[in-house]
Design a protein around this ligand. Structure first.
Ligand code: FMN
Length: 287
């Protein structure tokens, strides 16, 4: 048995939920540390108070910066928050999630068009910014968000490889304007998500949250609508999640209800366009 086989089974809930090719093929050549680290991912929400060394933070940031970045624009910045009072304030603004206070490090990932604007001003002081139509575009929003997400995920994997855990925090978008003010973000800098980072209280989470079967999310050549989750496949996935939730002591709710619930409440995120506009990324309103 390879190391990745049990991890693959847990990722889909059980051996039967694995794609046939993974059940029938010898995977021993695929057994490596990168794959075991990736496949064993699970969010950590209980942190010890063990501090993160300055060299660890710096290596993690180098791993984040090693991610690909659109046209090498490097259109992101990250704010490392370690001060307990500062973290407590951020926790309050991000749905009062306790792990933000608990984790020794809370990272706020931002789209950074401020730096691009400064660079353009240096490149062409007279009119460069007016010429740079891309600065205030939907594509800038995507470029910055994609760059920040790739960097954060690199950091997440690097952190796990060093025995640290992480959890993403989308809830910072519930109060984006207050967070922007608290972090003194200049025009062009927009926070998109947070990431709590730290050592586990005992060990990194072992329980792997099962994902949808591959045949539902993987399309070959063109989108195959017939692969869309049908009632039977949905119920099968819900059964697998139900078992997982029981195993980790979570409320056993149905995934379909969770999806509805999550997409029925914006929790302050209906003000995001306003917050983006305020930061100078005026892409959602008529000019
Ligand atoms: C962008 C983003 C935002 C998230 N925001 C939160 C959050 O505010 N609170 C939280 O507890 N988990 C948050 N999560 C974690 C997800 O709930 C978690 O990744 C998902 O349930 C899958 O579980 P796993 O990471 O343990 O595999 C977020 C994840 C992502 C990618």
């Amino acid at each position: 048995m390879t190391k990745i086989q049990p991890l693959l089974q847990q990722r889909y809930g059980n051996a039967q939920a694995l794609p046939d090719v993974l059940q029938d093929t010898d995977l021993s050549k695929l057994d490596n540390l990168v794959l075991t680290t990736l496949l064993s991912h699970a969010s950590l929400r209980h942190f010890s108070d063990r501090a993160i060394g300055a060299e660890i933070l710096s290596v993690l940031i180098a791993a984040a910066q090693s991610a690909s970045t659109s046209s090498n624009l490097q259109a992101w910045s990250v704010i490392a928050v370690q001060d307990p009072a500062h973290k407590a304030k951020l926790s309050e603004l991000a749905a009062h999630q306790a792990f933000i206070r608990e984790a020794p490090l809370f990272l706020i990932w931002t789209i950074d068009l401020h730096r691009s604007t400064e660079v353009i001003e240096l490149a062409q002081p007279n009119g460069g910014v007016e010429q740079a139509l891309g600065l205030e575009s939907v594509d800038s929003l995507l470029i910055g968000t994609i760059d920040a997400a790739l960097a954060a995920q690199n950091l997440t994997v690097a952190a796990r490889s060093l025995g640290l855990g992480t959890v993403y925090v989308g809830a910072i978008r519930n109060n984006l304007q207050d967070i922007t003010a608290l972090l003194k973000l200049p025009q062009g800098v927009i926070p998109v998500f947070g990431l709590a980072v730290g050592y586990p209280q005992d060990h990194l989470p072992q329980a792997i949250k099962p994902r949808l079967p591959q045949q539902i999310i993987l399309h070959h050549e063109v989108y195959q609508k017939e692969n869309t989750l049908d009632e039977t496949a949905l119920s099968r996935y819900e059964e697998i999640l139900h078992q997982f939730q029981g195993q980790v002591g979570q409320v056993q709710d149905r995934w379909r209800d969770k999806v509805l619930q999550r997409l029925s409440a914006l929790n302050g995120r209906e003000r995001l366009a306003e917050a983006f506009n305020q930061q100078g990324l005026n892409v959602f309103t008529e000019k």
